[in-house]
Ligand binder design. Sequence first.
Ligand SMILES: CC(=O)SCCNC(=O)CCNC(=O)[C@H](O)C(C)(C)COP(=O)(O)OP(=O)(O)OC[C@H]1O[C@@H](n2cnc3c(N)ncnc32)[C@H](O)[C@@H]1OP(=O)(O)O
Length: 497
Amino acid sequence: MDTTLRDGEQTSGVSFSASEKLTMAKLLLEELRVDRIEIASARVSEGEFQSVKNILEWASERGFEERVEVLTFVDGGLSLEWMQKSGAKVQNLLTKGSLNHLTHQLKKKPEEHFKEIAEVIEQAGAMGITTNVYLEDWSNGMRNSPDYVFNFLDFLATQPLKRVLLPDTLGVLTPNETGNFISQIVKRYPEIHFDFHGHNDYDLSVANVMEAVKAGCHGLHLTVNGMGERAGNAPLASVVAVLNDFLPEFRINVQESSLFKVSKLVSAFTGFVIPANKPIVGDNVFTQTAGIHADGDNKKNLYFNDLLPERFGRKRKYALGKTSGKANIQKNLQELGLTLNDEEIKKVTARIIELGDKKERVTKDDLPYIISDVLDSEGYQQKVFVKSYVLTHAKGLKPSTTVCVEFEGESIEENAQGDGQFDAFMNALRKVYRSKKKSLPNLVDYAVRIPPGSNSDALCETVITWQDGDKEFATRGLDSDQTVSAIKATEKMLNII
Ligand SMILES: CC(=O)SCCNC(=O)CCNC(=O)[C@H](O)C(C)(C)COP(=O)(O)OP(=O)(O)OC[C@H]1O[C@@H](n2cnc3c(N)ncnc32)[C@H](O)[C@@H]1OP(=O)(O)O
């Protein structure tokens, strides 16, 4: 059962609109094919009421209404009235699964609580509403008031209900305890369908879910991206992968290939960012970064595990940066359909490592620009060096530049102002050349771009077209800073003329 739309929405700062809930409900049931969804708590708001109504209208057209659930309260039938008006057919009745909560929150005795629950269940039956019962704080109940929990379950075993829902409300269970508690319960009540509802406060929710299944739980409550109150709920994608790979004897209907798409959509709807290292759905989890890993994959996919990205509608990537070796570059070149010889690959690798050292992030889309820049620099012998420069830009003052150029073994320093930093740089450079009775080509075009689609902050390419007498030619510079990339393109020009 996916509870992204109810418990997932209890993530701090998250709220779905009615139309987002409807879109999600359709996607979860029809495309991802979870068996059931819990979409709201009853009585919360007018907006929630409308949203439940919309989903139920759609679900009943498809005969899905028994797969759509609403959390309700022991409130003398107020939640049930709300549900009936909305068209909802399955209530997940929130009751107290620990004596501590019952005594201190509801301030009631067990018999009183059971009696009220029996009344709600009976009323629901008369309204044609199916009841499941949540034992809130059940995990602490098992630890601290097991007699209460078993008395409660004895009572529930006499009731006309469909399922009993066992939440580790505060995410306090260990895998051992989960297995132990659930197997005791499943053995004692073999006829009841139990769901386990895990929370992730100790980052143990997936391990706990695994033990719950092994111990005989029949259903699980999960959320997309592990959203939920505090540290969240057991994450759907991880649990699906764990069940498929480690417990294949238990059948689930969820479509692995849709997990990533749904995860992205929920993230877009909620603004809840998926951590890059979140298993299955995080941006980085199918990216090899180390050169040795890329090399092993080139040889015999040596660094693959069973979590093949294609299962989840994703692709393996090979990162480019400080820890890249030539194998990473080759993998990216293959994907771009480019071929370089060994020497060229070495040079491109060296440039990428140099960029990585500057903490710059390089993506596959940057690669053609880096290649062209590195290979472009090969055709000439550098004899003019722009050794140092200062560029200033201040409000109310003209930009100015001081530049020092090593020219035929001699260092010459000049400064000048201009309309912009690069213009000032060119003016200072002209002064250097005039002092040697030489002139510079005219600048006829200046184009700046970042590699399209790269989403990286690493690189900016400047291509400058020059006119030297009849001759027109272009040079290119690549750097993370726009002006510096233009200066690099200019330095190339100085070595060509
Ligand atoms: C498993 C879980 O995650 S539980 C989460 C359940 N969902 C939610 O709480 C989200 C939606 N909740 C809400 O919108 C509101 O809390 C409402 C509408 C349910 C109630 O709102 P309010 O009347 O303003 O009360 P408040 O928010 O302070 O809730 C506390 C009341 O609920 C009572 N309560 C707690 N658990 C239950 C329960 N299982 N059944 C009935 N009442 C309960 C408390 O005893 C308290 O009642 P009191 O004011 O008479 O002492």
